[in-house]
Design a protein around this ligand. Structure first.
Ligand SMILES: [Zn+2]
Length: 498
């Protein structure tokens, strides 16, 4: 593990300006692979979705998947890119056991989409992230290293290869360097990937499941001393596979690189690995020993030359994009732009919308997804969408609050019960006995006990200082374990002491 000297984040960004860049790989959700007819279904038995083309057997020839090209153009248009009128695939030559042909068909100097942008909003400020290129390639197979402690090849007894993933269409979205984000660099990196993920989902081109590897990021980070003109050397943290990890990778690299620079040393241009358990990155392969991929135009495929009319058809059929949708929902829901921004960046906007669709008010839906449920997701280190609770269940809890059956505190316990697998909200309320006590006989008993226990407070209220009732209401709430109807308790207290 790392023995490097870390500088505190605040100190690092006060003296160095971070520049970030992201390369995101997206597995397209086409029915078949990029250059053959094999299915792309996730989770099939190992090596069952293979054929001579994706196994690279001699004599087999690839044919480009039209749907994958269309999806890539859709992505390019949504990212405000220029769509090439003519481009080619290229052979990227390298040897790796999970790549049966010993080359990958990719795009090199002639990508399908170039020079676009996407806006992300953080703290009310908009950052425009430039898009360098969007290109199409095929995914590799997957190696599984058995017997080691870490799942890496080092220390493993043997390795297995599954070629089901080999040949699945993969789009790579490469940003331009993003400067001037300062202390917000980790958050901007995360917000960009969130925005891109939402965009890809809205375009229906990928299921964008980071945990299944259908969306994965390489995160570039460099530091420049404030006032310096030339940007520092960047590192590339590979295969970061959650939004939280994107943020952590940038943060850690800023702290680490500041330590290196403070010690008068040079940052090495290299790839690094993020360790999910500690949030630290460690050195991978140095770019100095990077291999030459000997790219050349793929001779087995014809050039891709999308006719202008087809591109315009694709443009005309584009769905509502997340930025437009967010603006529309903000208007319809009447929530603040800050709340809407928080929902989007927390990846909870879909969940809130579904909760509203299930009958909750927008204010209630936003409140639960931004408050209690965001906290639970954070505690568990998962995305809100991965919490074991549905928007319908949240809407039901919200309805119980509206009906006066639960107050906010009891609603939190009901949500907690659902998250703990105790069943539907109504079952949790019944089993935990959460419903508000508004039964006057039960309440009256608790009120009388509270008054008897605090004669001094009771005297104040009798003198007309009704604000003092708060202390007695607090006692009643404690006596009923938070289940008292606070409004009714107050009425009873004032009645008795009038
Ligand atoms: Zn195949």
């Amino acid at each position: 593990m790392t023995t490097e000297h870390l500088v505190s984040f605040d100190d690092a960004v006060s003296r160095y300006e971070p520049v970030i860049g992201l390369e995101t790989h997206v597995e397209l959700g086409t029915v078949s692979k990029m250059f053959c007819g094999c299915p792309t279904t996730f989770g099939l038995p190992p090596n069952s979705a293979v054929c001579p083309v994706c196994l690279g057997l001699p004599g087999s020839l690839p044919v480009a998947n039209r749907a994958a090209i269309e999806y890539t153009i859709r992505i390019g248009l949504a990212l405000n890119c220029t769509i090439a009128t003519w481009c080619r695939f290229a052979r990227k030559n390298y040897f790796y056991p999970d790549m049966p042909k010993n080359f990958q068909i990719s795009q090199y100097d002639e990508p399908l989409c170039t020079d676009g942008w996407i806006d992300v909003t953080l703290g009310g400020k908009t950052y425009r992230v430039g898009i360098e290129r969007v290109h199409l390639e095929e995914d590799t197979g997957k190696s599984l290293h058995i017997g080691g402690a870490t799942g890496r090849i080092h220390g493993a007894d043997y390795s297995l290869v599954d070629y089901n993933r080999a040949g699945i269409p993969l789009v790579e979205v490469v940003t331009k360097p993003v400067p001037d984000t300062g202390a917000l660099a980790p958050a901007v990196a995360r917000a960009y990937v969130t925005e891109l993920r939402d965009l890809l989902r809205a375009l229906r081109v990928s299921d964008v499941r980071m945990e299944e590897g259908s969306l994965r990021c390489d995160v570039n980070t460099s530091l420049t001393p404030r006032g310096a003109v030339e940007w520092g050397t960047r590192t590339e943290t590979k295969n970061v596979n959650s939004l939280r990890s994107v943020e952590r990778a940038v943060r850690f690299e800023i702290e680490r690189q500041a330590g290196v620079l403070d010690a008068g040393q040079k940052v090495v241009q290299e790839t690094r690995h993020l360790h999910e358990d500690t949030g630290a990155t460690t050195s991978g392969r140095s770019k100095e020993e990077a291999q030459d991929y000997r790219y050349f135009p793929e001779p087995d495929l014809v050039p891709v030359a999308p006719p202008a009319g087809w591109v315009e058809e694709i443009r005309a059929a584009m769905p509502e994009l997340p930025a437009a949708r967010a603006a529309r929902l903000q208007e319809e829901w009447g929530v603040s732009s800050a709340d809407l921004e928080k929902l989007r960046n927390a990846g909870s906007l879909d969940l809130a919308e579904a909760t509203v669709g299930a009958g909750a008010s927008p204010a209630e839906a936003s409140k639960w997804w931004l408050g209690e449920l965001a906290r639970h997701a954070n505690d568990r280190g998962v995305e809100p969408a991965d919490l074991p609770i549905t928007p319908e269940q949240v809407a039901r809890v919200s309805a119980l609050v509206q009906a006066g059956t639960l107050n906010d505190q009891l609603a939190r316990q009901a949500l907690e019960g659902v998250l703990a697998g105790e069943g539907e909200p109504d079952e949790v309320v019944a089993a935990r006995g959460l419903a508000i006590v508004s039964d006057d006989a039960v309440l009256a008993e608790a009120v009388d006990a509270a008054i008897a226990a605090r004669p001094d407070v009771a005297a104040k209220i009798r003198e007309g200082k009704t604000a003092a009732a708060g202390a007695l209401i607090g006692d009643v709430m404690r006596a009923t374990k938070g289940r008292a109807d606070a409004g009714r308790a107050r009425e009873l207290i004032l009645q008795r002491l009038s």
